[in-house]
Design a protein around this ligand. Structure first.
Ligand code: MIC
Ligand code: SF4
Length: 642
């Protein structure tokens, strides 16, 4: 990675290890962000450390996921989050202010700095030239008390952009193209670093669309240089002081270079039910559409909304389509009101909803049964929309609007003249929903408010040398954290209540799972490749921890979920011989005799299945991770180190 931008920023923040891909490193964290659906846990974890102020340069607590408030639970969580932010010197972005990643980009993301966030799309800020990584809440809690963030040093892949996008092709199509090429596992253990003359043709929000969906590739993060385009963006938000110019050296060494000629990018579409199931829009034209939604942290920027509104000026949405728009931030919504473009949406027949994640996380706007919905979002996992048999397609804003007008999937190039959108030189800012940290003196009297839905965390219990457990369920490849711990309007409000939310574990794939786990007082989960892909939600590990599950066996793990398991004291083991996966079935009893001695001696761990045959498991764990596991989880580990 010599001379790469990634190396430069990591080097400046390195506190442990050497920048050798695959080896453990630890870096200093400048900024953190949380959102409400993972934030309550992160701050409960933080409160365990009993410090009186945070140690980061800047931290922001956003409320954007759980804003439906169908009962008292969400509102109670918001009060808790606000009280913690006020007590500890954290910015608080109130519900309605916007989606965490969009607001962070606009107001706080800083080229050259490091950011971790308890949300998998934190790399959105890579669009402005920062190292931004999605993590579990526990890692944010640790950074808040000044603990460096440890992770496996990624390999740096260079993505060389040449040329310029043609009208009607968008930044979304670039990342869909990469997903088609690399798949949802293609970025695991890697940073995607963009360079080349094509970079200058993309605005910061367009770059952020690309780094945002690097999460769908499984990448550790993605990053763009900071250049004159970045300067212009920061200037428009009154943040010239945050600008520094940054790029890779001319002779930077990438482990691999992927060349993308932007002239050749066509409108693309991800078909149900995976973001890498990508085809050209023209190949699926004509499919009738029931719903179209513009929004989410991927595509709700000023340019996205202005492009959509301009296309819709003096046009009508097809009578059979429900067309929904969720602006990414209050600032963008306000700009659209002032320049009248919001009325183009309204006159065309759009439904304008709150500036929040909303339908992206299944909070409202669930499609009709078997409904076909085109969304500008980043994930189309089965059932995530709230309708189990719906078919969700992921598209650019341009393709979304074309479908909304014609009522069927349509190549946007049929829409005629492409609207050119000029970004405003100055955005009008209003901070009525963004609360600044209080002075230290004022913080003293703040009381933390905990409503009845906020329940204590499961306890970290040190690992045992002998673990005997039953296989509760066996799943296939690419199990998502949405499969493990679903979201949506019914379950999301329970995010602060582990005992209650635990009843929904695997509820869509294996409705008996909770019963089996409680009856057996624990157990083992078996998965295939890329187990735990998708969201950073810690609940997919906290709930198994609460249910006394100490081991997960899989062919391979997704990065964030694997760290979450470790932080919760759960051992992620992989099959040394992948075909051994076939030999294990639900109901089998496995005995692991020498867990601690094997971990200490860095030897493989052997499991005796049904008292009959042995299977060898490996674990790719850093020294710190082994210590966390031995302590029974990260809270125990950090407490003993503070
Ligand atoms: C998501 O897109 O799945 C979420 C909701 O933003 C998650 C976080 C969560 O589950 O709370 C993520 O991506 O990390
Ligand atoms: Fe919110 Fe969706 Fe972005 Fe997750 S992916 S942060 S739910 S908008």
């Amino acid at each position: 990675m010599k001379g790469t931008l990634t190396e430069k920023i990591l080097k400046r923040h390195l506190v442990k290890g050497d920048l050798i891909p695959g080896k453990e490193i630890a870096i200093k964290i400048d900024q953190t962000l949380t959102q409400d659906a993972t934030g309550t846990m992160a701050y409960l974890e933080f409160l365990n450390f009993k410090v009186d102020k945070i140690k980061t340069k800047l931290s922001v607590s956003y409320v954007d996921h759980n804003t439906l408030q169908s009962g008292f639970e969400n509102a109670d969580d918001h009060l808790f989050l606000q009280s913690v932010a006020e007590k500890y010197g954290i910015y608080f972005s109130k519900p309605g202010n916007g989606i965490c990643h969009q607001v962070h980009l606009e107001r706080f993301a800083k080229p050259g700095d490091t950011l971790i966030g308890s949300d998998s799309h934190t790399p959105t800020a890579g669009g402005i030239g920062m190292i931004a990584i999605g993590v579990g809440g526990m890692d944010v809690a640790s950074a808040l008390v000044g603990y460096p963030f440890s992770f496996t040093c990624p390999e740096v892949i260079g993505v060389q952009l040449t040329g310029k996008l043609k009208p009607w092709s968008a930044a979304k199509d670039i990342i869909l193209y990469l997903l088609q090429k690399l798949s949802v596992k293609g970025g695991v253990g890697k940073t995607l670093e963009y360079f080349g003359e094509g970079v200058l043709t993309l605005s910061v929000p367009e770059r952020a669309t690309i780094t945002n969906m690097g999460a769908e590739l499984g990448a550790t993060t993605s990053i763009f240089p900071s250049d004159k385009i970045t300067y212009k963006f920061l200037k428009s938000f009154g943040r010239v002081k945050d600008f520094i110019e940054l790029s890779a050296d001319k002779d930077a060494e990438y482990s691999k270079i992927i060349k993308v000629n932007l002239n050749e990018i066509e409108p693309l579409i991800a078909l149900p039910h995976m973001p890498d199931n990508v085809k050209k829009v023209k190949e699926v034209e004509g499919v009738k559409v029931n719903q179209v939604i513009i929004g989410s942290c991927t595509n709700s920027s000023y340019k996205d909304l202005m492009t959509a509104a301009s296309i819709l000026k003096n046009k009508k949405i097809h009578k059979d389509v429900s067309f929904v728009v969720a602006p990414g931030s209050k600032t963008i919504l306000d700009a659209l009101i002032k320049n009248k473009h919001l009325s183009y949406f309204i006159n065309a027949g759009a439904r304008i909803i709150e500036t929040a994640c909303g339908p992206c996380i299944g909070m409202g706007q669930a499609p009709n049964s078997k409904g076909i919905t085109l969304r500008t979002f980043n994930r189309n996992f089965k059932g995530r929309s709230g309708t189990q048999d719906a078919e969700v397609y992921l598209v650019s804003v341009e393709t979304a609007v074309a479908a909304a007008i014609y009522g069927k999937i349509t190549d946007p190039r049929k829409l005629g003249k492409y609207p050119i959108i000029k970004e405003p030189a100055k955005m009008k800012l209003d901070d009525s929903l963004l609360l600044k940290p209080l002075s230290f003196a004022k913080r003293k009297n703040i009381q933390i408010i905990m409503g009845p839905n906020i329940k204590p965390l499961p306890e970290d219990k040190p690992l045992q040398n002998k673990i005997e457990s039953k296989v509760l369920a066996k799943f296939g490849d690419n199990i998502t954290t949405d499969d493990i711990m679903p979201a949506g309007a019914k379950i999301l409000p329970l995010r602060s209540n582990i005992p209650e939310i635990s009843k929904y574990i695997f509820s869509k794939l294996d409705p008996e799972f909770y019963k089996k786990a409680t009856e057996a007082k624990g157990g083992i989960i078996v998965g295939g490749e890329n187990y735990g892909q998708g969201s950073s939600r810690e609940h997919a590990a906290l709930v198994p921890q609460y249910l006394n599950i100490r081991i997960v066996l899989a062919k391979s793990f997704a990065r964030i979920h694997k760290s979450n398991l470790i932080n919760c004291g759960i051992l992620p083991l992989t099959f040394i011989n992948p075909s051994d996966y076939e030999k294990i079935n639900a109901g089998d009893i496995i005995v692991f005799n020498d867990v601690i001695s094997s971990l200490n001696g860095k030897k493989s761990i052997i499991g005796l299945v049904n008292n009959n045959f042995n299977i060898d498991f490996s674990y790719n764990l850093t020294d710190t991770e082994i210590k966390i596991l031995l302590a029974g989880g990260k809270i125990n580990y950090i407490k003993s180190n503070l």
